[in-house]
Design a protein around this ligand. Structure first.
Ligand SMILES: [Zn+2]
Length: 169
């Protein structure tokens, strides 16, 4: 069992915090569900059960394949976390951005979300965004510009699985 904690939520109104708390609950339920485990283990890229893992090293993109069960284990049993706690530190940013919903600062691990996106996203969409950014916290990456391969990266793949399950709930 994994437990999502929102340890910081800066810049959110009381009303907006209700959506944050709802997403926390939904994400918590999804990460602990058999459905999530099943879909992560069966995620396929080019007919193989794997994610397209991309990480940059000295400016070059490299693939370091993790098996689907490695990815599942990393997501739901984070190393060193007490009682498998996932701590999310959330920050609201004013305005919006054309493409990005937000981002994770790799140094502080704070998750930033643009207010325009926050307000236009469904609960499932926001929950998916948190799942995507949680993957970044774990070091999984993708290219900054949209590419076909990005869909098979861990952040986008896990985000999509999370969003689909959230809509089914
Ligand atoms: Zn991302």
């Amino acid at each position: 069992m994994v437990k999502i904690n929102i340890t910081t939520a800066n810049g959110f109104s009381a009303y907006e915090l209700q959506k944050v708390e709802a997403a926390q609950q939904v994400l918590n339920n999804i990460l602990n569900s058999d459905k999530f485990k099943e879909r992560v283990l069966h995620f396929s890229t080019n007919g193989l059960y794997r994610f397209h893992y991309r990480k940059s090293f000295l400016g070059n993109w490299i693939d370091k394949p993790y098996s689907n069960s490695d990815v599942y284990r990393m997501l739901t049993q984070p190393d060193g976390a007490e009682a498998n706690a996932i701590d999310l530190k959330l920050e609201m940013l004013p305005g919006g951005d054309v493409e990005q919903l937000g981002y994770t600062n790799p140094d502080t691990q704070h998750i930033y979300t643009y207010r325009n996106w926050f307000n236009s996203l469904s609960l499932a969409g926001y929950t998916s965004h948190l799942a995507h950014e949680w993957c970044h916290q774990l070091g999984f990456n993708h290219e900054s510009k949209p590419t076909e391969k990005n869909e098979y990266s861990v952040p986008f793949g896990i985000g999509k699985i999370t969003e689909n399950i959230a809509w089914e709930c």
